[in-house]
Design a protein around this ligand. Structure first.
Ligand code: C2O
Ligand code: CU
Length: 460
């Protein structure tokens, strides 16, 4: 008998064998998503593979794609040797599906499973990650894209997800496991030394002059703020944190804090033989994150500026009647925080806090407590003044809602994560229309781990 290659085997089985299998595969309950140890090639092959933790063994995890209004049903299976959960970042879902360990659900123990089941009511670019020991679990590779397609696809030639990860690797290409490093926690967090796009240090996709590419860029770095630019492409920022802008904006440079996303329509301007790039603009220079070598050009004539993507059904806050709250960030290196309360209600000096791994506080409290920042009525309009009294940037993320920045009485784009620069004060507004307990924390995971955690309670 001649050996049969896998490709031939699949081709020759035909519909007769494949079709009966389909209904079972399509049966949602059977679809699992597994967190487990794996080894992947993150660096040039001469350095060997890196041991990671990954969803379904790949970095990034399986790209989950569904249509707006569709249901996502996935059984999370935890094959790690520590508890975990999945949080669906940016999705306005039911509280019980939010994946906040010890808060909206019990952490899933090693070998355990949990069925996540929710409707994706907003189109856009989202992602998923663990919400237990998050700094370590994300830094070891657990992150994946969650793409919710518009019911009518926009006019683009390609739709590409670029999930960016920041790794701290040793000379053997292994992850440095200094997660509870006080110095990082008190400063800008765990900044890695190796960026990948879709798990690849040199991600490449051929393109044609005149093509319009939709780039869904996701910053899943634990702590690194990305400044992105383009070369050989002219683009439009279409959406931020999944939510369409009312009017697309010309793309020159964009800053993405940890957890933030941007949807960009990039028109390839580079000529055949040239290469267009998405770049990372850093102090040491400008680096290519994704390269688009141009082979040929499209027959089409250049497209005109795109109209906005269809809006998602998010309520607009009414500012006149909004309840006013304040969230003050304190602590960190050069922050002069003298003391803060902890979960047990006791006030501790900075030295005592550090002994407990706490370096930051929100409204005077370090770490999660059973006291919410506020009890909000369902449908209540809220405005929160964010006050950064620290010497460091923070990426404040609210679960279960999107908010809008308020400046000079006008509302900015919808976001789920806002970057606060040192000493900055900004204000956000939202409608508390999703009942449940929702975390509100810094998405610089080193800061979150060291105390920058809070929550709001929306009562129905
Ligand atoms: Cu992306 Cu509380 O998380
Ligand atoms: Cu922070």
């Amino acid at each position: 008998m001649k050996p049969v290659t896998r490709r031939k085997f699949i081709a020759s089985t035909g519909a007769g064998l494949l079709l009966p299998a389909l209904p079972r595969l399509a049966c949602a309950q059977d679809i699992a998503i597994e967190a487990k140890a794996a080894a992947v090639q993150l660096v040039p092959p001469e350095y060997g593979k890196t041991d990671v933790w990954a969803y379904d063994g790949s970095v990034p995890g399986t790209s989950l794609r569904l249509r707006q209004g569709e249901r996502l049903r996935r059984t999370f299976i935890n094959q790690l040797d520590q508890p975990s959960t999945i949080h669906w970042h940016g999705i306005r879902l039911e509280n019980a599906m939010d994946g906040a360990a010890g808060f909206t659900q019990e952490a899933v123990p090693p070998g355990g499973r949990f069925l996540y089941d929710f409707i994706a009511k907003d189109a856009g670019t989202y992602w998923y990650h663990p919400h237990r020991n998050t700094l370590e679990q994300v830094s070891r590779g657990l992150a994946g894209p969650l793409i919710v397609e518009e019911t009518e696809a926009p006019d683009v030639d390609d739709d590409l997800t670029l999930l960016i990860q920041d790794w701290r690797l040793d000379p053997d290409a292994q992850i440095v496991s200094d997660f509870a490093n006080l110095h990082d926690m008190a400063h800008a967090g765990r900044i890695g030394n190796h960026l990948t796009v879709n798990g690849d240090q040199a991600w490449v996709r051929t393109a044609q002059t005149g093509q319009r590419l939709r780039l869904r860029i996701i910053n899943t770095a634990s702590d690194r703020i990305l400044r992105l630019g383009g070369e050989g492409l002219a683009g439009y920022v279409m959406a931020l944190d999944g939510m369409p802008l009312r009017q697309p904006e010309a793309f020159r440079e964009i800053v993405l804090a940890p957890a933030q996303r941007a949807d960009i329509f990039a028109d390839i301007a580079a000529q055949p033989g040239e290469t267009a790039h998405l770049t990372s603009i850093e102090r040491q220079g400008t680096f290519s994150l994704a390269a688009f070598p141009v082979k040929g050009s499209t027959a089409k004539i250049a497209r005109s500026a795109p109209g906005p993507l269809p809006p998602n059904p998010v309520a607009t806050p009414r500012l006149e009647e909004a309840r006013k709250l304040e969230l003050v960030m304190e602590g960190g290196a050069m922050g002069q925080m003298a003391s803060a309360r902890m979960a047990d209600g006791k006030t501790r000096s900075m030295r005592e806090l550090i002994d407990q791994g706490m370096i930051w506080a929100l409204n005077g409290t370090a770490g999660m407590t059973d006291q919410p920042l506020a009890d909000l009525g369902l449908g209540e309009n809220v405005r929160v003044r964010l006050v950064n009294r620290t010497a460091w940037p923070h990426a404040m993320h609210l679960h279960g809602h999107h908010f809008q920045e308020i400046s000079d009485g006008t509302l900015g784009p919808l976001r789920d994560t806002i970057l606060m620069m040192p000493r900055e004060e900004r204000e956000i507004g939202f409608v508390a229309d999703n009942p449940g307990r929702w975390m509100f924390h810094c998405h610089m995971l080193s800061h979150q781990a060291a105390g920058m955690m809070s929550w709001v309670n929306v009562t129905s």
